[in-house]
Design a protein around this ligand. Sequence first.
Ligand code: HEC
Ligand code: HEC
Ligand code: HEC
Ligand code: HEC
Length: 400
Amino acid sequence: MLTALALLAVGLSPGTDVLERHECFRCHVYVTQAQHSDDLRCAECHRRLSAGLMDEKVNQYTPAVWERFKRRTAEHFTRMPPLIGLGRLRASWLQRFLAAPYDLRPHLSESMIRNRLTRADVKALSELWGAQRDERPPPSPSAERLATAKKVFDEQGCTGCHGVTKPAALPQYLAPDLRHTRDRMNFSAVVDYVTDSHRVNPASEMPTVPRPPETVQLLAEHVYFGDHGVTQVRAAPVPPPYDAKAPVPKYEEVEARVFKAVCWHCHSNPDFANGNGGPGMSGGFGYPERGLSFASFDEVMNGSLDAHGRRQSIFRKGQSGEPVLLEVMRARWSEEAGGLHGALVGMPLGLPGVSAEDYALVERWVKGGRPRPRGEPVADGLTTPNRVEKSVKKKWPTGE
Ligand code: HEC
Ligand code: HEC
Ligand code: HEC
Ligand code: HEC
């Protein structure tokens, strides 16, 4: 009875409830995580599959398809920072970051996703993680002292992870760019972390080396006050201006290069993908069901669901007057360049934006009449009934 009550109390922790409701477990590991099917966990399936830990399933596929699965799943979501040890961060930074995520780790091409967390949700998470209140930073050290601090930082091997140009091992991928640390952490927390990161973060990938307090102090001063150079942000690509006379590409090419290369994995047919069409279709990551599938031409034409559950075309005009499909891809570029955090969510969510060439390809197809696979143009986006095609149940989409 007592145990049941205790469990109930754990289950009711508001922070844990936020993590579960917003499905943070699909990408991150955390201590209070409930049991979830690996079919939902993007990071777990990609990590296990690419590392050869699922090879018993190879018999369901041809060896060539299985090799492609291993190669493709290695591209993303195999190295995610765990949501553990976040008591080192400031609650005020968490509010800012989760409202408008930006790039923290130079060698991770994925980013934290735009999300639907409210201020109250983030407050609950800060409490769960024990995030800190803002402390006043100490005065900035002299230039001479900072020069010594930089020397110590280089000598102590910190640049072996923070600042490598060619990452090879997990800790190098997961090492944050320390230029952001003064925004994320209090000075005293940096001192504690450099002293013994494992005391703060049992999942720390950083080696704990005993050091005299003065060395730790100098290291923390370099992290906090040192010159880390200018923040490099990826400039938004500039696609060529739309040329109405350029040939209209085939749907097959648009599908192979964009829709099925990246979009489909979150916007797929649930009949096809073990009952869950992904966050952009069945709902997920805290987003409601949007019913948008990129699994076939007809499903793309079938559009998405609006806030009232009514079907709408993804070619409708958006805020900028451009079709929404094009607008969301441009919004992702702006997000990556550190801009635009309005209501429009950039696509592909949390992944690198499409190339200028791929964007131009989709644009020519959209504005060139959106020819269907066999070539007949369609006038508007809502020509097919409000349903998704039934298809053969398969373990994973093969892309063939
Ligand atoms: C689709 C995958 C994905 C989902 C779902 C996701 N995240 Fe993230 N998150 C990331 C990635 C990738 C990073 C690393 C970003 C970076 O370092 O630039 C990240 C980073 C973070 C960080 C910073 C951690 C650190 O050590 O720097 C926090 C906090 C965070 N996520 C919270 C959440 C919460 C809360 C949820 C659920 C609402 C969530 N994430 C859902 C992909 C995801
Ligand atoms: C059950 C295993 C499994 C799960 C769960 C899973 N994937 Fe994948 N994913 C795959 C396989 C297999 C491929 C390669 C498909 C192919 O080659 O056609 C893939 C490929 C991808 C790709 C294209 C390659 C790349 O990395 O750019 C993206 C994007 C992707 N998945 C995103 C996701 C997201 C987001 C989730 C969670 C919502 C997810 N996946 C969940 C197995 C999975
Ligand atoms: C083996 C790789 C590695 C080395 C070497 C390393 N770090 Fe780290 N460091 C990490 C990783 C990974 C993280 C992310 C959290 C974790 O795993 O502890 C991190 C986090 C940090 C943080 C927290 C920053 C934040 O914004 O979250 C500080 C401060 C830090 N390191 C300072 C140092 C200093 C100073 C040195 C040199 C004495 C150093 N690190 C050496 C891998 C490394
Ligand atoms: C990691 C998962 C993920 C990936 C990958 C992804 N999406 Fe999305 N997409 C979502 C989610 C979640 C929503 C719902 C957002 C919302 O409700 O504001 C969404 C919404 C959309 C919408 C808005 C629908 C509307 O009518 O307003 C469009 C359009 C869209 N996605 C297109 C794309 C395209 C194009 C790609 C590939 C370049 C892509 N998505 C890749 C998850 C994803």
